[in-house]
Write a protein that binds this ligand. Structure first.
Ligand SMILES: [Zn+2]
Length: 289
């Protein structure tokens, strides 16, 4: 509860009299509606205060948990398996969806200026935001996080770290992570066939020298990853595309996608949730933004 600032004048006996008569003549005031809800996140129960109405509006997952209780009773939810850095981004999106992409870009930029560790943290937060949104069927947020991730890797010329591939294939459901898995496979194909970059690349978490060897080792330990990789290379070949040049960090919008550009980047919806429904049509997110 917010502290009350300032002092209240002492109540006079006459005030008590008027208050008592008002209490008798007026119906009892309804208990105040609680507009906020508390969400505890992760095993350490990091506390977030979220607008209850907005939280209910974005997802049925929250709506079902918030609607049962009476409007006047504060509710506290606990998401023990989620990360608090991810949830901080999610809360920002719930409160201010229209400016969220700018907020995310600013977070990425300031992390980059702070430390390598801060950049890693924001990278993992965006990965987890994509997965959380996928679990809750928040397609637009899921796709927005995917776009931000591609832009982040492009901006800092990162290769996909083996730790991310291992995380997605070992710890995440196939259905939840299907789009980001597709993307890391394309990234792995791009960096393995291109070979070590001419300029030294900085990657989130992994040292540049052993990256190629560690990626190859993942084919042994993660058969699902190996199968997806083989499928990707086969599909690219069938489409007459060369994985050595097709950079999965590059997003090209449908109206700008000429054949020569298709060789070097991916259509912006390639890793979006709606890809199958719009086909080669324009991205539905672009029209609403
Ligand atoms: Zn799209």
């Amino acid at each position: 509860m917010a502290p009350i600032n300032g002092t209240r004048p002492h109540r006079q006996p006459a005030d008590e009299y008027y208050r008592a008569s008002l209490d008798k003549s007026l119906p009892r005031p309804r208990p105040p509606v609680v507009h906020k809800t508390t969400v505890l996140v992760g095993p350490r129960q990091v506390r977030f205060t979220v607008n209850r109405k907005l939280l209910s509006a974005v997802s049925s997952f929250f709506r079902e948990r918030l609607q049962d209780a009476s409007q006047s009773k504060p509710i506290c939810l606990w998401l023990p398996g989620e990360s608090s850095t991810m949830f901080a981004l999610f809360v920002e999106w719930v409160h201010s969806p229209s400016s969220f992409r700018r907020f995310l870009d600013h977070a990425v930029q300031s992390a980059h200026e702070t430390s390598h560790r801060a950049s890693e943290d924001v990278h993992w937060a965006i990965v987890r935001l994509h997965l959380f949104a996928s679990d809750l069927d928040l397609c637009k947020l899921q796709d927005l996080a995917m776009d931000a991730l591609q832009d982040l890797y492009l901006e800092y010329d990162w290769d996909v770290p083996p730790s991310l591939i291992a995380y997605l294939y070992k710890q995440c459901e196939a259905l939840t992570s299907v789009r980001i898995r597709r993307w890391v496979v394309a990234m792995a194909a791009f960096s393995l066939t291109v070979g070590p970059s001419q300029s030294p690349k900085v990657q989130p978490q992994d040292s540049a020298t052993s990256e190629s060897a560690r990626l190859r080792a993942l084919f042994e330990s993660l058969p699902e990853f190996a199968a997806d990789y083989i499928m990707h290379v086969r599909n690219m070949k069938a489409a007459g595309l060369d994985v050595r040049f097709k950079n999965p960090q590059l997003r090209i919008s449908a109206n700008k996608l000429r054949n020569d550009q298709r060789m070097f980047g991916f259509r912006e919806c390639s890793f979006h949730s709606h890809r199958a429904t719009v086909g080669e049509g324009p991205c539905p997110h672009a029209t609403t933004d």
